[in-house]
Design a protein around this ligand. Structure first.
Ligand code: ADP
Ligand code: MG
Length: 546
């Protein structure tokens, strides 16, 4: 048999694209760096904003997660870095820019090591060791603030600083602490399940407030209904109060006018008996998931019930948490125990032609609303994003009690300890661990740069003060010099830092393990449900353009 030697075996279709080894790695690193670069200038209290334009709409934001979400990113590796931001946002809700910057730097440093012929496996190994070490350094520097309310306010303010909402900061930090406190005991997965934010253009920021109840963006179904009900007994109905539409294959023969009348009366009777059941249970407010027909509206109004229809499921769930009501499926079975209570339910005018129903004064509310007033939609949206960061970090600290100083202090300490650790090692991993230390220091460096200081000078001064044992010293945004972050009230949840380093390291190692990029067939692109992104080979092509 003739040997195949010398004849290349072609396993890919002609025209398929493939990059292997260093080429693939380098291009992937380039893409990751580009993503980090896109958000770098927004980091910190002096960070710049980005304007994102989509068609006619423009969003001005400083929020890393938002920028990356809105950017139309195509490159598969760049997308992996965006995933870092998403993971960070889901886990803790703040620190997204930090995570992405560190991920980008880890890859940049890895590139230099690849140039020195350090094998990617060694880099990956070193990065893993460094990440683990960083976790314990961070845990070691954490401060317990359980039960300290002033720490919560500071946590909220650090999260919001630089988001372009400075004038609203005092108000918003207080609101976020109150709201987080109200829902903290409730083990919701996500703060969005327990806190509803309602944006109202117009009015002054000072009018923003927390409402221990839920604001429903609906009007009462009929003008005949009462507008205001004190000591409300609230019923939540998962269904309709409408005449049932007849099934298409149902047949009724009505042969004279009298019969038709009785038939209609019968149907009306059904609705009336449903409403009688509601009123008999003691309800004077009804939120209904589906429609409320005219007969029902009139009858409810006559009985003095305030009702709203087509209330979203999310709102119904939140109303249940706020008022203690249970969702009722079958109207006829409603009992007093299904109802919730609120001191007041009232429809109020918000703007011209716009009314909302305020359910408030709910004792033991497990869900609350935050009403934000602001001059423009854009400002309101940026306020909402800042508030969301603040709520998440405050909630984390109420639950965990653990904070660290901000302003780059933890990153400086982590870097210092990593270098010490590296010097105890023999192998090439120590190069990777040093690289990790440099990457983490990108945070104080970038904070200084974005605030207009010489980053190298600032970093040197920070290293010196940390070396002298001043663990809580970070970058003063006013002077560019080291200052005590605890004294300045610049503090962050421990988890923001641990998570940022963890997700950055995971993303970087994932990118480094790829040494072959093949343009796969379209169907093979997506990971199957339940499959981890580790399991699918990268090739979500089109191939990268640079
Ligand atoms: P991220 O998306 O990573 O949260 P931010 O733009 O919110 O990015 O910036 C967070 C960084 O800014 C943190 O390192 C935090 O400690 C720092 N920071 C916030 N306020 C101050 C301040 N007043 N002085 C110094 N650093 C600050
Ligand atoms: Mg932040």
């Amino acid at each position: 048999m003739a040997g195949l030697s010398g004849v290349p075996i072609i396993i890919l279709k002609e025209g398929s694209k493939r990059e292997t080894g260093k080429d693939a790695q380098r291009k992937n690193i380039l893409a990751a760096k580009a993503v980090a670069e896109a958000v770098r200038t927004t980091l910190g209290p002096k960070g710049m904003d980005k304007m994102l334009i989509s068609g006619e709409e423009a969003t001005v934001t400083n929020d890393g997660a938002t920028i990356l979400r809105e950017m139309d990113i195509e490159h598969p590796v760049a997308k992996m870095i965006v995933e870092v931001a998403k993971a960070q946002d889901d886990e803790i809700g703040d620190g997204t820019t930090t995570a992405v910057i560190i991920a980008g730097k880890l890859l940049e440093k890895a590139e230099a090591l690849l140039d020195q012929d350090v094998h990617p496996t060694v880099i990956v190994q070193g990065y893993k060791q460094a990440a683990a070490c960083a976790q314990s350094v961070l845990a070691g520097m954490a401060i317990d603030v359980s039960g300290d309310d002033s720490a919560l306010l500071k946590i909220a303010q650090t999260a919001m600083r630089g988001k372009g909402i400075e004038i609203a900061m005092d108000k918003l930090s207080q609101i976020s602490v109150d709201a987080a406190r109200a829902v903290a005991g409730f083990e919701g997965k996500d703060i969005e399940e327990n806190v509803k934010t309602v944006l109202i253009p117009g009015g002054s920021i000072e009018d923003s407030s927390i409402n221990y109840g839920i604001v429903v963006e609906k009007e009462r179904t009929s003008l005949e209904m009462p507008k205001r009900i004190e000591k409300a007994r609230v019923m939540l109905l998962e269904g309709t109060l409408e005449l049932k539409k007849l099934d298409t294959d149902a047949k009724i023969t009505i042969n004279d006018a009298k019969n038709l009348a009785t038939f209609k009366e019968g149907e009306e009777q059904v609705i009336k008996s449903q409403i009688d059941a509601i009123v008999k249970a003691g309800a004077n407010v009804v939120f209904c998931e589906k429609g409320i027909g005219v007969t029902a509206q009139n009858y409810l109004a006559r009985l003095g019930v305030l009702a709203a229809r087509r209330v979203s499921r999310e709102d119904l769930k939140m109303l249940a948490l706020a008022t203690g009501a249970r969702l009722v499926g079958d109207v006829m079975t409603v009992t007093p125990r299904d109802l919730g209570s609120a001191a007041l339910v009232e429809e109020r005018k918000i703007a011209k032609d716009k009314h909302m129903i305020f359910v408030e004064g709910c004792e033991k509310a497990k869900a609350v609303s935050i009403i934000l007033h602001g001059v423009s939609e854009q400002f309101l949206e940026e306020m909402e994003r800042a508030l969301d960061d603040a709520l998440n970090v405050v909630l984390d600290v109420i639950r965990s009690g653990k904070i660290v100083p901000g302003g780059g202090a933890p990153e400086i300490l982590v870097a210092e300890r990593l270098r010490q650790y590296a010097s105890t090692l023999q192998g090439r991993e120590q190069l990777a661990i040093r690289a990790f230390a440099d990457a983490v220091e990108a945070i104080p460096l970038t904070l200084a740069e974005n605030a207009g200081f010489d980053p190298v000078d600032s970093l040197a001064a920070l290293r010196a003060s940390s070396g002298a044992g001043k663990q809580s010293f970070g970058l003063s945004i006013a002077t560019g010099k080291p200052a005590d972050m605890l004294a300045q009230g610049v503090v962050e949840p421990l988890k923001v830092k641990t998570q940022a380093i963890k997700s950055a390291a995971e993303a970087a190692t994932m990118v480094l393990r790829v040494d072959d990029v093949i343009a796969a067939k379209q169907e093979e692109m997506k990971p199957k449900p339940g499959q981890s992104p580790h399991d699918y080979t990268m090739p979500q092509m089109p191939m990268p353009h640079y």
